[in-house]
Design a protein around this ligand. Structure first.
Ligand SMILES: *Cc1c(COP(=O)(O)O)cnc(C)c1O
Ligand code: SF4
Length: 427
């Protein structure tokens, strides 16, 4: 059973006890909590929380849906639901490694609101609005900056870029929260993308199913399913977020044929524990949501208190892989500061590799050897289906470390290497 808002805040919100209002996402948004006095009326705040909200609101936005508020433990300031939503004074701490745009999303941006980092896919920020402003948000320089829709001419320019850039086969609509635009507006964007031949798949990045599950209406699903193949990624960080309402939202998406993936952020004191993570990934599979990524927390401003070590993330993956369904194990990624993109991090299972043998360990600690294939004697060999010219072409295309293996290069060096400038240039 869903806990209704009035259970915590009797009479604080007009209409909270009327299901037709509670279940209307516009009502939820209209009644978002954005100010300290509203929050005080709804919840017994600790002195620290009051100070945190007061100080932080001068710098960052706060928004909490009545639904999210209803999930908070009114007696526990460490409640994971509370900590993701209620500003704390730690957000004002500027760590030495903090950056405004750690992932260089604004740098790798050929047109405003669009980041083209990877060869074949783009990130298209269609709004800066979110139903809830997550305290750990990596894109907090954007999220809530204007709390307004992106102007139509900016949308047009971004779509024009995708149209003329034929290598883009995957468009990821995000924000903000991609589902905080109206069905009509969203459909206008999606239908135009669908009309572009080279755009194979469209993805939506949204936390609405988690923080505003009422947003996932039947009408929305009916519209979305007309534009398949369409994928949705959500963000559940803690098992407490899986409620009858959020489960129903994910079910509606899955029933519309939309595969739903989850991108968790590793957060200190919230989910940086193998036990919590294991419960989360199991509960996600039960609602047909596939754990996709576990993100190492970025170097965005004022979120150092949420960060935990890479060692902790590896320990969590170690505790999952092999011990439970492979479907439950997300890829742990670190988004490299400066625009390097997502780098997968995994415990070391490959212990040794020689030309002929590979030594691995498994989740139980069993160490095994695997023999690499040896050349088949020429009289028994089946001709290679790939022609030799094709093979040559493939080798010519070898890049990065593979160029070392193919013999095309003997070293890879940073551009403008200091050592090389020290007079050796002519030699
Ligand atoms: C995460 C991200 C994507 C999508 O990455 P996948 O690994 O394909 O999910 C695309 N563009 C940018 C800029 C991203 O940060
Ligand atoms: S929903 Fe996403 S973009 Fe919006 S505040 Fe949360 S983490 Fe940031």
């Amino acid at each position: 059973m869903t806990i209704r808002f009035e259970d915590i805040a009797e009479g604080a919100l007009q209409g909270a006890s009327e299901p037709e209002k509670w279940d209307d996402w516009h009502w939820q948004l209209r009644n978002k909590i954005t100010k300290l006095d509203e929050l005080k009326r709804a919840l017994d705040l600790t002195a620290d929380e009051v100070a945190g909200v007061e100080a932080t609101l001068t710098k960052f936005r706060m928004a909490i849906t009545p639904y999210w508020l209803s999930l908070m433990d009114p007696h526990d300031p460490h409640c994971p639901i509370r900590r993701q939503a209620i500003p704390s004074q730690s957000e004002l701490h500027q760590a030495s490694s903090d950056m405004r745009d750690p992932l260089h999303e604004d740098v790798d941006s050929p047109v405003p609101h669009l980041t083209h980092r990877y060869p074949d896919r783009v990130l298209f920020l269609i709004t800066d609005q979110c139903a809830m402003y997550c305290r750990h948000c990596t894109r907090r320089r954007v999220a809530g900056a204007t709390d307004a829709a992106v102007p139509q001419n900016a949308i047009d320019r971004a779509i024009a870029y995708i149209e003329k850039t034929t290598e883009v086969r995957d468009v990821l609509l995000s924000g903000g929260d991609a589902l905080l635009v109206s069905d009509d507006r969203l459909e206008r964007i999606i239908s135009r993308l669908r009309a572009i031949d080279h755009v194979e798949i469209i993805r939506l990045g949204t936390r609405a199913p988690v923080v505003l599950p009422q947003r996932v209406t039947d009408d929305l699903c009916t519209m979305l399913k007309r534009y398949h193949p369409l994928w949705v990624n959500v963000q559940f960080n803690h098992p407490k977020e899986i409620t009858p309402a959020s489960a129903a939202a994910c079910t509606r998406l899955a029933d519309a044929g939309i595969p739903v993936g989850n991108q968790s952020v590793l957060l200190r004191g919230i989910n940086d524990s193998p036990t919590v993570m294991r419960r989360l990934v199991h509960d996600l599979l039960k609602i047909r949501v596939r754990p996709y990524y576990l993100y190492q927390c970025d170097l965005s401003q004022g979120i150092e208190h949420f960060r935990t070590s890479v060692g902790k993330g590896l320990e969590i993956i170690e505790s999952l892989r092999g011990h439970t369904s492979g479907l439950a194990v997300p890829t742990y990624v670190l988004d490299a500061p400066g625009g390097g993109g997502k780098v997968p991090l995994a415990p070391q299972y490959l212990l040794l590799r020689t030309e002929k043998k590979v030594v691995v360990r498994n989740y139980e600690g069993v160490i095994s050897v695997y023999a690499e294939p040896e050349p088949v004697p020429p009289d028994l060999a089946v001709p290679d289906p790939v022609s030799s010219t094709e093979q040559q072409q493939r080798q010519q295309r070898a890049e990065g470390i593979y160029a070392l293996l193919s013999g095309d290069r003997i070293s890879l060096e940073p551009h403008d290497l200091k050592r090389k400038r020290r007079g050796g240039e002519t030699g």
